[in-house]
Design a protein around this ligand. Structure first.
Ligand SMILES: C[S@@+](CC[C@H](N)C(=O)[O-])C[C@H]1O[C@@H](n2cnc3c(N)ncnc32)[C@H](O)[C@@H]1O
Length: 275
């Protein structure tokens, strides 16, 4: 299905949205100034901002990294994207950037939160020349994602795998490294991995408090240090300048990061090519 079709996973009617506990996609939406969140999300988002006032700036810096990395890849000739952990649509979405450069680009989105499925229509507005698809799926089950993505993407041609601000929700015990390995293994030579990842490296006390809050709400936060983030790119050729704080990855003229204190914003980003 392409363009404005029904998202895969939505055959059974409206998705069930649990408003009794916070969800990462909806908290991220709140930090970005979106409207697709509930009081329970706002409450926890505010608690986290009280711990670290820079969190909304981190969310914006992350979104800006996604946009720059997508542009870089589209300019490098990539015409297929598999974006896992898509989040609630926020313009410009990945396909709008890719198709703005190459209208024939094909993009498959995937998230496991029903709120993203509920808003997937905005992700399915493809150019006529290209295609977009939305899969309701869990990153911890990569085989199912790959099987569904193959209906839209040609895995004999390069694909950019996008895992932007996803893996800090997947702890080692859930197989974070194995998941990335299985997804990357399915891609042909000339494909890319782009990812960003939250870190507690600069302010460990704040990170510990945030982790405790997530745990108290039965949520996972698996922040990693730079070496652990670099490990996700094992076996791939990192594009210059390698894994950096997201703001520093190919900054664009006139879009300098916001003044937000002395420490760098605690999120890493990088892009790497499969040989
Ligand atoms: C912080 S948002 C990032 C959204 C978008 N990638 C961006 O960077 O702007 C993280 C997203 O990952 C999704 N997510 C978390 N764990 C996931 C999993 N196991 N499988 C699929 N999606 C997941 C959440 O639902 C949320 O939408």
């Amino acid at each position: 299905m392409t363009g404005t079709g029904q998202a895969q996973g939505n055959e059974g009617g409206s998705p069930y949205i649990d408003t009794s506990k916070p969800h990462p996609a909806r908290m991220y939406d709140w930090w970005l100034g979106g409207k697709d969140n509930y009081p329970v999300d706002e409450e926890m988002s505010r608690q986290l901002v009280a711990m670290d006032p820079r969190i909304p700036a981190v969310a914006r810096a992350n979104r800006a990294f996604m946009q720059r990395a997508t542009r870089w890849l589209a300019r490098a000739g990539i015409r297929q994207f598999l974006d896992v952990g898509t989040g609630i649509p926020t313009e410009p979405n990945l396909h709008q950037i890719a198709q703005g450069i190459a209208p024939e680009s094909r993009v498959v989105y995937c998230d496991n939160d029903p709120i993203v499925l509920a808003h997937a229509e905005a992700l399915l507005r493809s150019t006529p020349q290209g295609a977009t698809e939305y899969i309701q799926g869990d990153a911890r089950r990569p085989a199912a994602i790959l099987a569904a993505a193959r209906k839209t993407l040609d895995f004999t041609r390069p694909v950019a795998l996008s895992l932007v601000a996803l893996l800090h929700f997947v702890p080692d015990e859930d197989g974070a490294y194995e998941v990335v390995d299985e997804l990357v293994s399915a891609l042909p030579s000339g494909s890319y991995l782009m990812l960003s990842h939250g870190t507690g490296e600069f302010t460990p006390d704040r990170a510990r408090s945030a982790g405790d809050l997530y745990k108290s709400r039965a949520l996972t936060l698996a922040l990693r240090d730079r070496a652990e983030v670099v490990r996700f790119f094992d076996g791939l050729e990192l594009v210059e300048p390698g894994v950096t704080v997201a703001d520093a990855w190919h900054p664009e003229p006139g879009a300098a990061g916001e003044p937000v204190g002395d420490e760098p914003l605690p999120i890493y980003g990088g892009v790497a090519r499969k040989r």
